[in-house]
Design a protein around this ligand. Structure first.
Ligand code: GDG
Length: 471
C-alpha cells in the first residue's frame, strides 16, 4: 500500500489551516494552530510531502503573510500549504453562516439552533465552488484529493467529471439521524454533493448507519451490509475509521524530563489531594454547562471533597463573533462564580478557570498532573482530548460521555450520560475513590488500543480502503 500510495500525490483540502504566519517585529513567525483536525493531520502530511489547501484566516491584529500563496510548512521537510483567501462577506455567509449555523448544529442534532438562511446557502455553494476551482488549478494526473469535514460537503460534486480525480471525504463531526438532517432545505443537494466522493469515512458505526439511511431517503440505492451507496451511476463506499492520535510522540513526551518538571510544577501549584482536569473549545456540544451542574451536585453530595479536590477547567475561545457563543460564555462565567462562591474556603476554590487557547504542549502537563480527566460532551464526533489524556497518564481515570465518538472505542473509561447530574457526580466520586490496581488495569488496556489504533493506523486504513475503490 505504501509503495502504491507514494506514487501519487496527496492533496488534502480542509477549511482550517494548520499554521498561521504573521509578522513580529518585521520577522515572519509561524504558529501552529490548535484544533482536532489539524492536530491529527499535520504530522501525517509532514510524512507524505503533499499539498494542503485551506482557508488562510490569519487574525485581525496581525498582518498576515502569504495569504493566497503557496508556502512550505514547516520550513524544512514539510509539505506545501496553499491558502485560499475569503472576503468578509464569504466568511460571514459560508463560515459563520452556513457551516456554523446550519451544518454544525444539525450534524450535532441541535435542530433548534439552526438558521436556514438562504443567503448562507448561496454563500456556501459559492465558496465550495471556489475551493473546487483552486483544487482544479493545482490538479496533476493521479492526484488523490482528500477532502475534510462539513464546511466542504459540495466540493466532491463540483470536482466530479468523467475520468475526474480520485476524491474522498473524512467527516470529523457526527452524521445525524434523518429526522434531524431532513430539516435542512438543501438536504438533497448536500447529499448529492457528498455522494460524488468515491469513499467517505466517519468516526463511528452509528454515523455510518445514519449517513446510509439519509442516502436511502433521497432515493439512492443502499447496500447496508457492504456499506455501498449507488447514486446516478456512481458508487460510494462508506466506512467507520476512527481518528487516532500520534501515540508515540505523546508517550515519549510524557516521560521527557522537562515535561515531568512542568507536570510537577502544575501539581505543586494546587494545594489539594486530588486534581480533576477538563479542557474544551467553547461550544454547546462540549457539555460544559452540564458538567458545571454536576460539579455543583458533587460537592453538595460528597462534602468530604470540599478543600480536597480541585477542578481545573480550561476553555478555548471559539466562534467568538457569534452571539450565541458570547452568551454561553457569560452563563459559564456566572455558574463558575456561583459554585466558587458556594463552596470556597480561604485558601481554596473548587474550580480554577482559564479562558484562552494554549498550544497543545502546554495542555500536556495538566493531562499528566490530573487524577481524573473529565469529558462530558453532549455529542462529539470523536474527542481527541480523551485519547490524549489517557496516552500521557500512568495513574489517572477518564470520565467520558457516552455521547462522544471516542466512547465506542474506550471501554476502560467510566462512561456517563452528561445530562444525568447525579450519575455524573457519582462518577467523579467513583473515579476519585478507585483503587490503584483498578486504575492501572484500565489504563493498560486503553493504552494498548491507543498505541495500535494510532494516527498512522488511521491514515493507512483510510488510504487502503480508498485505493481499494479503484482496483
Ligand atoms: C473536531 C470534532 C473530533 C490545543 N490547544 C487547545 C486544544 N488543543 C488541541 C487538543 C486536541 C484538539 O485541540 C481538540 O480536539 P477535539 O477532538 O477535542 O475537538 P474539535 O476541535 O471539536 O474537533 C471532534 C476532531 O474534529 C477530530 O476529528 O475528534 O469530535 O468536533 O488535539 O490537544 N484544545 C482545547 N483547548 C486548547 O487550548 N480544547
Amino acid at each position: 500500500m505504501e509503495a502504491e500510495f507514494s506514487d501519487r500525490r496527496l492533496v488534502l483540502v480542509s477549511n482550517g489551516e494548520p499554521y498561521k504566519h504573521h509578522y513580529v517585529d518585521d520577522e515572519v513567525k509561524m504558529e501552529k494552530l490548535a484544533g482536532g483536525l489539524t492536530t491529527g493531520l499535520d504530522p501525517m502530511m509532514q510524512d507524505v510531502n503533499g499539498l494542503w489547501i485551506a482557508w488562510g484566516r490569519g487574525e485581525a491584529d496581525f498582518e498576515v503573510v502569504d495569504q493566497d500563496k503557496k508556502i512550505r510548512v514547516p520550513d524544512k521537510n514539510g509539505y506545501t500549504l496553499k491558502r485560499i483567501n475569503l472576503s468578509q462577506k464569504e466568511k460571514d455567509g459560508f463560515y459563520y453562516g452556513f457551516s456554523n449555523e446550519v451544518m454544525w448544529p444539525i450534524c450535532h442534532t441541535f435542530i433548534s439552533k439552526a438558521n436556514y438562511d438562504e443567503d448562507y446557502w448561496h454563500s456556501y455553494q459559492k465558496v465550495n465552488q471556489k475551493y473546487a476551482d483552486n483544487i482544479k488549478e493545482e490538479l496533476k494526473e493521479e492526484d488523490l484529493i482528500w477532502i475534510h469535514d462539513y464546511h466542504l460537503a459540495l466540493v466532491p460534486g463540483y470536482l466530479k467529471a468523467e475520468n475526474g480525480p480520485a476524491v474522498s471525504m473524512f467527516w470529523h463531526i457526527p452524521w445525524p439521524a434523518w429526522e434531524a438532517f431532513r430539516t435542512i432545505p438543501w438536504r438533497k443537494e448536500i447529499l448529492v454533493g457528498l455522494l460524488a466522493s468515491d469513499f467517505i469515512a466517519f468516526h463511528t458505526d452509528l454515523f455510518v448507519y445514519n449517513f446510509l439511511n439519509c442516502a436511502k431517503k433521497i432515493g439512492a440505492e443502499v447496500d447496508f451490509e457492504n456499506k455501498i451507496v449507488s447514486y446516478q451511476g456512481s458508487e460510494t463506499k462508506v466506512k467507520s475509521i476512527p481518528l487516532g492520535i500520534d501515540y508515540q510522540s505523546f508517550s515519549e513526551l510524557a516521560n521527557d524530563e522537562d515535561y515531568l518538571k512542568k507536570t510537577e510544577a502544575v501539581r505543586n501549584s494546587y494545594d489539594t489531594e486530588k486534581l480533576i482536569f477538563a479542557v474544551d473549545r467553547l461550544d454547546y456540544t462540549k457539555g460544559i454547562e452540564e458538567r458545571l451542574n454536576a460539579i455543583d451536585k458533587f460537592f453538595a453530595k460528597y462534602p468530604e471533597y470540599i478543600g480536597e479536590a480541585t477542578i481545573v477547567q480550561r476553555v478555548a475561545p471559539s466562534r467568538t463573533e457569534v452571539k450565541e457563543y458570547q452568551q454561553m460564555k457569560e452563563r459559564i462565567d456566572r455558574k463558575i462564580a456561583e459554585i466558587n462562591g458556594k463552596y470556597q474556603k480561604d485558601d481554596w476554590a473548587p474550580i480554577k478557570y482559564f479562558y484562552g487557547s494554549v498550544p497543545q504542549e502546554e495542555l500536556l502537563p495538566y493531562y499528566k498532573a490530573a487524577d481524573v480527566g473529565l469529558i462530558t460532551a453532549s455529542i462529539d464526533g470523536m474527542n481527541l482530548v480523551a485519547k490524549e489524556y489517557l496516552a500521557v497518564q500512568d495513574n489517572g481515570v477518564l470520565i467520558l460521555s457516552e455521547f462522544a465518538g471516542a466512547a465506542q472505542y474506550l471501554d476502560s473509561a467510566i462512561k456517563v450520560n452528561p445530562y444525568h447530574r447525579e450519575e455524573l457526580a457519582d462518577a467523579i466520586y467513583q473515579a476519585l475513590e478507585m483503587d490503584e490496581a483498578e486504575r492501572k488495569k484500565r489504563l493498560k488496556s486503553a493504552k494498548e488500543d491507543l498505541k495500535y489504533y494510532d494516527i498512522n493506523w488511521w491514515r493507512d486504513n483510510f488510504l487502503e480502503n480508498w485505493l481499494d475503490c479503484y482496483e
